[in-house]
Structures are given as structure tokens and as C-alpha cells.
Design a protein around this ligand. Sequence first.
Ligand SMILES: [Zn+2]
Length: 93
Amino acid sequence: MSATVPPKGCLTDAQLAELAAAAPGRAPEALARHLTSCDRCQARALFGSERAAGGPRKPIPQPPTLGRALLLAGLLLGAMGAFFWSVLKLAGR
Ligand SMILES: [Zn+2]
């Protein structure tokens, strides 16, 4: 089927490229067999290279500034005040 030598260790970059270029179901069996059993080569095939442990991290969201937090608190208290004022009006007091 294929003249590719069965890999003893992990796949080379050229072998990974050969796998990626192969039509579905037509990949060299020895390479595909190694790929199914090797996490390292799967990661290399999927992501191009080995990723550092943990992978990329999302940046931690920054807390709002003090001014914005006070503005939000003021709007919240204002909305609550308007609500209770309208409740008192509806209650006829
Ligand atoms: Zn491998």
C-alpha cells in the first residue's frame, strides 16, 4: 500500500504532513495506527506543534474602576427608590 516505513517513535513532521494531505481513509496505515495511540502526535497533527502545558489562558477580566462602580451603585439605588416610591403611590399613601 504505502512505502512509508512504520515509525518506531513518534511521527516526523514530514509524516504528519503526509497524513494531513492524505484523503480520508487513505492515510498510510502505519502512520494512522501510531496517530490513534499517541497523544503527542495527535496534538501535533491538530495544533501544528506541541503546546505548553495548560495551553493559552484567557486574560483575567479587570474589575471596573471605582467611578464606574459608584455610578452603577447610584443607578441601582435610584431604580430601587423609584420602584418603592411608585409602590407607595399605588398603595395610596
Ligand atoms: Zn507519537
